[in-house]
Design a protein around this ligand. Structure first.
Ligand code: AMP
Ligand code: MG
Length: 371
């Protein structure tokens, strides 16, 4: 009998609410850039990068400045994917690190990658292994990238227990060796070399967008004439500076049980990163079973700790993004404690639709009417 299957790639997990306007984040894919319109003092652009929709609202006097900065941000995102984060492109550092697995010689890390990986390894320890960037072989087995791109048109089949066990053998951040060179290497920003065992494959999908938001914030900080900005990359949003009317930035949090609706809105001033991990963002269905993209390293299966979505509010995008993934797997109790250790606020939507949030989050969150 032919299997019934459905692949969804819905990256909308947050929606941005400006005074008098609400726009929702787009899904994966897209048809190139649009924009340049000005509403309420913000120049708006929509484009795609890193496999997701990029929405930019930039508050600055003059179209020329807005276009220049928006172009710079898109260029940066392209470069980040091409030169650092992609596991697919042989021009990227992640690709080259993965290609070095099993060689024994290791790979000499750039300063940026060394710092990102050290943060990821620390989060692996802090989350007791729930967050693990070495899950690449398991992510490939599920073919999650194909769900994201919405390209998979053949039958979807969940991997077998045996296949998952084989792939899990190749995973585990504790198997990574990072060595410090004795003498500083001329021309290198880092003196760290990474050694991966045969078959190991890094996948930085859980932190990439948050890391990108930090880079975008650095670009905006170089541009004193920009008074404010809201930049959204799929489920990750940066709010920056102030609105001209000094009102708060309003970021809607999608209801994972009814993704066309918001559970509520965060009202924020100044610079913040808002990152969400939800089971509705990317998933595939086979034989009536739905599989989402946030995997439990203990089983190789989609995490089922009773959580449907986690939103993290933090100053730092990379940490926020990593935490949202880790907290989804850990569940509300342990996740809340982990977020607190990093000084971040957390909001969990549980299976029954109930909401649990940290005390600090309550200062910013307003429930949608009727909840
Ligand atoms: P996010 O949407 O930020 O929660 O990231 C999910 C993505 O991170 C997935 O599409 C995988 O590429 C990867 N991933 C899935 N499970 C894990 C995990 N337990 N630890 C680290 N990365 C993961
Ligand atoms: Mg994440």
């Amino acid at each position: 009998m032919k299997k019934f299957f459905r692949i969804m790639a819905l990256c909308a997990s947050l929606s941005l609410c400006c005074a008098g306007c609400v726009f929702r984040q787009g899904g994966a894919g897209g048809q190139g850039g649009t924009g340049g319109g000005n509403a309420g003092g913000a120049w708006s652009y929509t484009d795609t990068a890193m496999g997701t929709v990029v929405q930019q609202s930039i508050y600055v006097k003059g179209r020329d400045a807005a276009e220049r900065v928006s172009g710079e941000i898109m260029e940066y995102l392209g470069r980040l994917e091409r030169e650092m984060l992609s596991w697919r492109l042989d021009t990227s550092e992640v690709y080259r690190v993965n290609a070095s697995a099993g060689s024994g010689e290791g790979y000499a890390l750039s300063g940026e990658m060394a710092s990102l990986l050290q943060d990821c390894l620390e989060l692996y320890r802090q989350s007791e292994g729930a967050f693990d960037v070495t899950l690449g072989p398991v992510v490939r087995l599920w073919n999650i990238d194909q769900w994201a791109a919405g390209k998979q048109t053949g039958d979807f089949r969940a991997p077998s227990r045996g296949e998952l066990d084989e792939a899990l053998e190749l995973c585990g951040s504790d198997k990574i060796i990072i060595m410090r060179e004795d003498a500083p290497q001329p021309g290198r920003e880092s003196d760290l070399t990474i050694i991966l065992p045969e078959g190991m494959m890094l996948d930085l999908g859980a932190v990439g967008k948050g890391y990108a938001l930090d880079g975008i914030r650095d670009i905006l900080e170089q541009e004193p004439e920009i008074t404010g900005a809201v930049i959204s990359l799929g489920g990750s949003v940066l709010v920056y500076g102030e609105k001209p009317d000094e009102r708060s930035w309003r970021v809607g949090i999608v209801d994972p049980l009814r993704p066309s609706e918001n559970i509520g809105v965060l009202s924020l001033k100044g610079q913040w990163c808002i990152t969400t991990s939800g089971d509705y963002e990317r998933y595939a269905e086979a034989d009536g079973v739905r599989y989402h993209h946030i995997l439990d390293p203990a089983t190789g299966f989609p995490a089922d700790g009773g959580v449907r979505g986690v939103t993290i509010l933090s100053k730092d995008g990379e940490i926020g993004d990593g935490l949202s993934t880790a907290c989804f797997i850990l569940g509300a109790e342990k996740g809340m404690e982990l977020a607190g250790r990093y000084g971040a606020e957390a909001l969990f939507v549980l299976e029954d639709g109930s909401i649990v949030m940290s005390e600090g989050m309550e200062d910013y969150f307003t429930y949608s009417a009727g909840r």
